[in-house]
Design a protein around this ligand. Sequence first.
Ligand code: AMP
Ligand code: GLY
Length: 420
Amino acid sequence: MKILIIGNGGREHAIARSIYLSSIPNQIYAIPGNPGIMQYAECLNISSENHKDICNFSIRNNIDLVIIGPEIQICNGLSDELTKYNIKVFAPSKIASQLESSKSFTKEIAYKNNIPTAAYKRFTERDRALKYLNLLGTPIVIKTDGLAAGKGVFICESKKEASESISEIFSGKFSDNPSLIIEEFLKGEEASFFALVDGKNIQPLIGAQDHKRLLEGDKGPNTGGMGAYTPTPVLTNNIIDQVMNKIIEPTVSAMNKNNTPYKGVLFAGLMVTEKGPELIEYNIRFGDPETQAMLMLLKSDLLSIMLDTVNGELKNTKVEWKDETSLTVVLANKGYPLNYKTDSIITGIEDAEKDKNIKVFHAGTRLENNELIASGGRVLNVTATGLSIKEAREKAYNAIEKIKFETKYFRKDIAWRAMP
Ligand code: AMP
Ligand code: GLY
């Protein structure tokens, strides 16, 4: 089988590794890939934005399945374009991807189907938004309505902060046609939950907890994610049942009723509150760095369950996990997520991976004269498995000691909420 993976992050490296380990014989290509993915795949010099060339490559090479990692290509319609040529794709259609790209689309579905989520109101005019603000208390959450790579969400402690955020969004910083939503602040513990959806049938995967803030103790600016672990104690079986019954299932059936059926992995960003789980947002793809931790525990064959998803055959699929814990720590370049230094040389990955419970996934790296260079914001994901969270955490941090690059930065407290 010929598989094409779109993306170049740690998530796509983890997916490539699991596909490589599949019992279904396969050959992997990646666009554009990275030096980690290169261990398993042929990386092609095609831009992931060039949908025409991706379609042409897939047709010419009889690609059996395209797996799209990042949201941007899905929201820009790559899945639909490939489908036009009868190429199978593990990713939802553009119209279904509004679950991530449009906060108001998702809120509308939640509202109509009694899905627990923060109360909200949408505004297209600055003055009306400011007037509404006066009726509310703090903290309050202001969000731009559209993709903003995690940068369009403002948790405001004061009205002054909130009105500044509203003005910033209406200044056109995020979109030429700005709109925003003002929503209630949810208090609780955040978690990520994933499910495969084949249009109709749903197979729950596993939950994880990400660490979105840059600094220890969950302080500092938001990032793409500084580390994750799975499973997470906050998602008890009881909470997972509620997530499935009250959030995921009604969403999947609403998408069907709207004639925008959902196919792929559905990632629910949750707040587990005193009242139970509430939906913060949906993502229409696997999480990064959650996937790096999760796939290390997957006992089932990833390629086989992805094919079941694409073929509408999830009904009888069993997804099995190792009874262990997995934890991933992001090694970033100092200065991330703003202006970060790049170009220091990385050493020690081989040494770290001598322990069979350690896997180092590449995110922002490149090869130059046979040397590995730390070239991105998030550089590597050091992932460890263990029988307990304590063991996995110790292994990950021991492995990190062995990996050296001058501008290395990482959080030392990943999984702090779950520590005994
Ligand atoms: P989003 O892009 O919607 O995931 O928001 C980014 C982050 O902002 C989330 O991961 C939460 O930490 C936080 N957040 C978003 N909405 C809320 C809310 N209604 N209440 C509390 N925190 C929120
Ligand atoms: N880890 C959060 C995300 O992938 O959006």
